[in-house]
Design a protein. Sequence first.
Length: 348
Amino acid sequence: MNKLFTFILISIFELSNIFSQNNLIVFSESAEPFQIEYQGKLYPLHPQADVKLTQITDNPVHLKIFFSKKDISPIDTNLYLFHPLKPIDNQDILYVILKNNKNIKYLATLPSSDIKPIIPEIDTSIQVKTKEEKTIQKIIFLNDSNAVCIQPIDTADFNRAIKHIFKTPNADRKIVLLEHFIKHNCFSPSQALVIIEQIPFEVEKLKLIKQLLPKITDVFDLWFLKDYLKYTIAQQSYTEYYNQYLLSLKNNPTLSDSLFQISISFLKSTEDDILKLKYLRILLSHYSANTKTIEKWMNYLRHDQHKEELLKCAYYVLKDKQEFENLIELVHFKETKNRLKLFYDKQK
């Protein structure tokens, strides 16, 4: 009787593996890039901070994690995707590598619409029937008019594309459309929020938000986007990534003389400080600038609060951060100077 019971348990265990296909997602809490060795192959081709293995039938899954930093020891482990007596199918199982880069911990199990179909990068096989459909396809896949995202996509075009994506019934297809929509267009911060709300998979949100950042016209003060992520580990990963992204703005192309002259003409022709500041924030989101340029811009802002906001954005594009101290002296009030000094001290 005991032998029969044991045989039944083994049979159930093996059958659960045969009929279950799930996805394994592993995140690095420290954001340290890594690769996973599974069934003799390394995934992905290049190390990254989150790795997804699809259509897994093994349970447990034996794998080895190799970090990009060679001084971090590999992790050799077996991960259970489900209880042998409670098989699941078509689920995303999330594990997180803890900050010490030594231990791995189960995080969550989420519904997934995998297994993913093979979808061409640009779906030229789609039979577009109407002029409207042709227009939407062009907006999503071929709208590359803006190399630098100073101007967002036209509101009408944006609404057309989003409506089409929203109505797409297949969640995997929706992800593909969103990826291409992001790749081929530029967005205002408010448009970016609409896109984030359309992302159907929690595990895809962080990746797409990272892709969105350079496509947003004004990239400053976007710390709050972490609140659109459900899990603490994803929120921490975004915060770290966004901080590094802001610090990388100093590597953007230098503002050209012609664009600088255009900016001065705009500042001269506009009375509203808020409009001036919005315009300058967009320029600083995509171009680096020197202290002389920033000084000249500040001359066209009347209020200290707007000068303060401009300087907090300008800090990130300065190649020599110590020059920020000299710019602080350009504001009028002592309280403003003290806030800017506090901001500068926190960044160091």
